[in-house]
Write a protein that binds this ligand. Structure first.
Ligand code: SF4
Length: 474
């Protein structure tokens, strides 16, 4: 049984994509460790990267090549200064020199050393192979698969290289929503309390609190940055950033100097009914505009859907409960992470496997459940809210124009957040005993829908909006 930590579902990283940016980046780092373990790292003379399937078809727009290069150059997605990314890539493109793992210079031309293949590898649509020529003339290669949400595996699903998986069995091992509910009933605990006990079996309370605080800090800063950055997004679609204008109209002249004061300032504005939708949309848009410009966001459960959870958390803080504090954030993230892990175990969080239902649908389900617990819902209502949110994303395809994580992705986060809030309200108004569709059934339905979905709607930009609205239309 997989034991997935909430920190596997909520990872700090760099945009625009968890499967196409964070995953390949992590794969490059893991390959370097493989070389060291095999005692051939010092013998590497040249490296090349092969991208397959979806990683190739939407790799340019999703910055897969850049992510792999930055991983090979020894940078970490959590700590790399965002303003360093473009200058580092520029330097490699101009000099054709890559400082391998930040330690030794190799000749490397991104145009020829990263090869985009149209074909798919058998195991998973997101394949990436790293090749090295050693000083003795030997050639070695290693293939990884980016299976969504920044998770990376070799060629066996159970060999997931995320360290929390396979770590040890949680005190409350959970594969299905029904098991989670059973624990809540027998232990007389909320979902967040069960999840917290599981987290405590692998890290200290201090580490849990610090980890969640770090996640929320990045989420808040990504909203703040997005709301205060004007201009056009990179990539050629000429998408104008909308969060800035929307925020200007909403915040008015209320003063503040930093993200914490900003929360207080929003609480001080008199938010009218119509403005609630605008604020939530603004929060979600802001994160995904930051994501689209290779900024720092939290994968939740993916980068393309990174705006939903912060937007709904912020909704709770500035609309529902002005006294909300870190305890609320912690409770929210514990529930959201667990709901996300149920989808990863029972279906997929990879758009290359399941389309956008696996990204925005899952993030909306995570946020809906988490909000419902904060609003006082029973565990059954929490899972009902998640079920409702996913039920109305079933079949949602992935068809990003130009392979960029912009259209429809950015707006879709706003829609996912609004649906999450609505799903929460419906669940709170319902006796969950009358629920007709259990969460496990909707997870299974999503997986079956994913398997039936045509490949052109699975992060390949070969169908849908991606072909009906081309780059030239923008
Ligand atoms: S359409 Fe959805 S799944 Fe596809 S890249 Fe955009 S946000 Fe991700």
């Amino acid at each position: 049984m997989e034991c997935i930590s909430i920190f596997d579902m909520l990872k700090i990283g760099v945009g625009p994509s968890s499967s196409h940016t964070l995953g390949p980046w992590r794969a490059a780092q893991q390959w370097i460790q493989e070389l060291k373990t095999a005692n051939v790292y010092n013998e590497v003379k040249t490296v090349t990267v092969d991208l397959y399937g979806s990683l190739s078809l939407t790799g340019k727009g999703h910055a897969t090549d850049l992510a792999a290069i930055l991983g090979l150059a020894g940078y970490d997605p959590v700590t790399i200064p965002i303003d360093r990314i473009s200058s580092e890539i520029d330097t490699i493109q101009k000099t054709h020199i890559l400082c391998f793992n930040g330690e030794k210079d190799l000749v490397f031309d991104p145009k020829t050393n990263v090869i985009f293949h149209r074909d798919f590898l058998d195991f998973h649509p997101n394949g990436i192979t790293f090749n090295a020529l050693l000083s003795n003339g030997e050639k070695i290669a290693s293939t990884f698969y980016s299976i969504g949400g920044g998770f990376v595996v070799k060629d066996e699903p159970k060999q997931d290289t995320t360290k929390e998986e396979n770590f040890k069995t949680f005190p409350f091992p959970i594969q299905k929503a029904t098991e989670l509910l059973e624990y809540c009933a027998t232990q007389n605990k909320k979902i967040s309390e069960i999840v917290l006990e599981n987290e405590r079996s692998i890290r200290s309370d201090e580490e849990i609190n610090d980890g969640i605080a770090a996640v929320w800090k990045v989420m808040l800063e990504s909203m703040y940055t997005g709301c205060h950055t004007e201009g056009t997004l990179p990539g050629g679609l000429n998408v104008r950033r909308r969060a800035y204008d929307s925020h200007q109209k909403l915040i008015g002249n209320t003063p503040y100097n930093n993200p914490t004061e900003w929360i207080a300032a929003i609480r001080d504005t008199e938010v009218k009914f119509r403005q609630i939708l605008k604020w939530v949309s603004c929060f979600a848009l802001s994160v995904n505009e930051v994501n689209a410009s290779l900024g720092r966001v939290v994968t939740a459960p993916t980068n393309g859907s990174a705006g939903v959870i912060p937007a709904v958390m912020m909704y709770y803080m500035v609309i529902e409960n002005h006294d909300a504090n870190f305890d609320d954030v912690k409770q929210f993230m514990l529930v959201a992470g667990e709901i996300g892990s149920l989808f990863k175990k029972g279906a997929t969080i990879s758009a290359a496997m399941g389309g956008c239902q696996a990204e925005i649908g899952v993030s909306s389900a995570m946020a809906a459940g988490a909000l419902t617990e904060l609003m006082g819902g029973a565990p059954e209502q929490v899972l009902m809210a998640s079920e409702i949110a996913m039920e109305h994303h079933l079949g949602l395809t992935c068809d990003p124009i130009g392979g960029l994580v912009q259209i429809p992705c950015i707006e879709r986060n706003a829609m996912g957040a609004i649906k999450a809030i609505n799903a929460c309200e419906m669940a709170l108004d319902t006796d969950a005993k009358n629920a007709k569709v259990p969460l496990d059934k909707v997870i299974n339905t999503m997986w079956e829908t994913a398997k039936d979905m045509n490949t052109k709607y699975k992060e390949t930009s070969e169908g849908g909006l991606a072909i009906n609205v081309g780059m030239s239309d923008c």
